[in-house]
Design a protein around this ligand. Structure first.
Ligand SMILES: NC(=O)C1=CN([C@@H]2O[C@H](COP(=O)(O)OP(=O)(O)OC[C@H]3O[C@@H](n4cnc5c(N)ncnc54)[C@H](O)[C@@H]3O)[C@@H](O)[C@H]2O)C=CC1
Ligand SMILES: O=C(O)[C@H]1O[C@H](OP(=O)(O)OP(=O)(O)OC[C@H]2O[C@@H](n3ccc(=O)[nH]c3=O)[C@H](O)[C@@H]2O)[C@H](O)[C@@H](O)[C@@H]1O
Length: 470
């Protein structure tokens, strides 16, 4: 089937950028992105391209070219579903925070709602594309709901997981290492796969487009994220050993990364990985392994999360012990709150957990992040403490220990220590002499990303502690 009209349910970090790029590259296809969240849709329609709901380098240019031409953001989901030949589901699939599988399984209620809405509205045959990250065999659930709730319409379900990373989404979409399309190995399944292949073939070469059966595609997404996160936890585990032995983790990473079998990417030791997906996808994988009665396999993958939690707490503990065993009443300046540079996304950011640990010990946290607002930081902490069951009063009292600034100078002024939580490039350019002059002495820098020039900082007078630096 030649696709003329696409609808995408979910205008978030994935739905927005992926559909913008499809619209850019396929001008003959009408692409409509819808969302339950009307203010998000309004923001995507914002005249001011600096205020799109997602910050990604290059995104504004893509939206500017395609929006209004063949790319539309709308709150009228029923109409967009009815008009579409192909519907992408790109809604959130967070870790379940209630009931069966709480804290481990993926919460598929948003995906299920999409399936029910599509089944209710559809009047002609449609291809449904899983773009959200889902547990293996979700396509079966979707097919069952669509076939039993719909009115005789035929649905073909494909899996097309997304591999973009935030901060480089547009580059990743335009020059994808690969796209993966899984479908049924029946004639209609193969036709549906071909329809989606034809879309990506507008800008990717045939060898960048992999096709598999549905289950391999679904499982490959969880596996890719598990392997990526595993590399970070592996190097972070060794960073602790480096600190005990005077080895330098960056030198070790470089030494092993030159082995072409190991490869050099994703070996940057850090305060711990964050982001909306690594943790939730690994927990989901662990849950699935337990569900299929594979406890040893589950335990193996779970260690990635155990180690990541250890790394975040280890960093916070190092701050406390270095500051003479207490940070009570001390001002700790945080450079960065986003989970990585070049994004305004803070989901599961290490900064949240480090802040919490230090606040427990009585610290004042003074934050500057170039792209994250005060409201977002407060919301992150409220959410965390809410999950812990803290009363509103207790949450308000803890929030009084957090301060957020529009400039790094204000955040750093009169602080006892600086902690680098995100690897924003601008942090390297600061006037560290001036910063030193305005801090309490001894002035500490805890570089959770190993991005600053340690020798220079030491020569200024700072006491510097990096990750995995003996
Ligand atoms: N953020 C990322 O970099 C990546 C995310 N993914 C996966 O993509 C999926 C989406 O992730 P994000 O875009 O980050 O989430 P998000 O939370 O930014 O966006 C999801 C959007 O879906 C909307 N939504 C929920 N239910 C809906 C419904 N029934 N109809 C219409 N809209 C609905 C929400 O209002 C929200 O705006 C997740 O499964 C995630 O694991 C995959 C690769 C990369
Ligand atoms: O499924 C997803 O959501 C996406 O998850 C990750 O992308 P993302 O989380 O956006 O960003 P990454 O670049 O992978 O970084 C994740 C975290 O690991 C940290 N990290 C990354 C690399 C590294 O060497 N060291 C390290 O600590 C980052 O700072 C960040 O906190 C994957 O890289 C994407 O392929 C995937 O599509």
């Amino acid at each position: 089937m030649k696709i003329k009209n696409i609808c995408c349910l979910g205008a978030g970090y994935v739905g927005g950028p992926t559909m913008s790029v499809i619209a850019l590259k396929c001008p003959e296809i009408k692409v409509t992105v819808v969302d339950l969240n009307e203010s998000r849709i309004a923001a995507w329609n914002n005249e001011d391209l600096d205020n799109l709901p997602v910050y990604e380098p290059g995104l504004a240019d893509v939206v500017q070219e395609a929006r209004g031409r063949n790319l539309f953001f709308s709150s009228d989901a029923d109409q967009a579903i009815e008009d579409a030949d192909m519907i992408f589901i790109a809604v959130n699939t967070p870790t379940k925070n209630y009931g069966e599988g709480k804290g481990m399984a993926a919460d598929l209620k948003f995906v299920e709602l999409c399936a029910r809405q599509i089944a209710r509205v559809a009047k002609n045959d449609k291809i449904i594309v899983e773009k959200s990250t889902l547990p293996v065999r979700t396509a079966e659930t979707l097919q069952t709901i669509l076939d039993h709730t719909g009115n005789g319409v035929k649905f073909e379900v494909l899996s097309n997981p997304e591999f973009l990373a935030e901060g480089t989404a547009i580059e990743d979409l335009l020059n994808a290492d690969r796209v993966l399309i899984g479908g049924k190995q029946t004639e209609s399944g193969k036709n549906a796969i071909q329809s989606l292949v034809d879309i990506y073939a507008h800008w990717l070469s045939p060898k960048q487009i992999l096709t598999t059966n549905v289950w391999s595609s679904e499982l490959s997404k969880l596996t890719a994220n598990a392997f990526l996160a595993q590399r970070i936890s592996s190097i972070n585990a060794l960073s602790a050993l480096c600190e005990a032995t005077e080895a330098d983790v960056d030198e070790v990473a470089n030494a092993i990364g030159t082995d072409s079998r190991i490869g050099s990417k994703f070996l940057k030791a850090s305060v711990g990985f964050g982001g909306s997906c690594f943790q939730k996808d690994i927990l989901n994988l662990v849950y699935l392994c337990r569900y299929f009665n594979l406890p040893e396999v589950a335990d193996y993958w779970e260690q990635i999360i155990v180690l990541n939690d250890y790394q975040k707490h280890r960093f916070a503990r190092k701050i406390i012990t270095s500051l003479f065993n207490t940070v009570s009443g001390k001002k700790i300046a945080f450079l960065g709150w986003a989970f990585k540079k070049d994004t305004n996304d803070t989901r599961e950011s290490a900064a949240i957990y480090v802040a919490e640990y230090l606040i427990e010990d009585g610290a004042e946290i003074h934050v500057y992040d170039p792209k994250v607002s005060k409201e977002k930081i407060v919301e992150d902490m409220r959410y965390l403490w809410g999950l812990k069951g803290y009363t509103d009063q207790k949450i308000e009292s803890k929030l009084s220990q957090i301060f957020v600034y529009q400039s790094h100078e204000d955040a750093l002024d009169q602080s006892h220590a600086v902690a680098v939580l995100t690897e924003w490039d601008e942090f390297k350019m600061y006037d560290w002499n001036a910063i030193y002059a305005n801090m309490y002495k001894p002035a500490f820098v805890f570089d959770g990303r190993n991005i600053l020039d340690t020798e220079k900082l030491i020569s200024i007078g700072f006491k510097v502690k990096g990750i995995g630096k003996g």
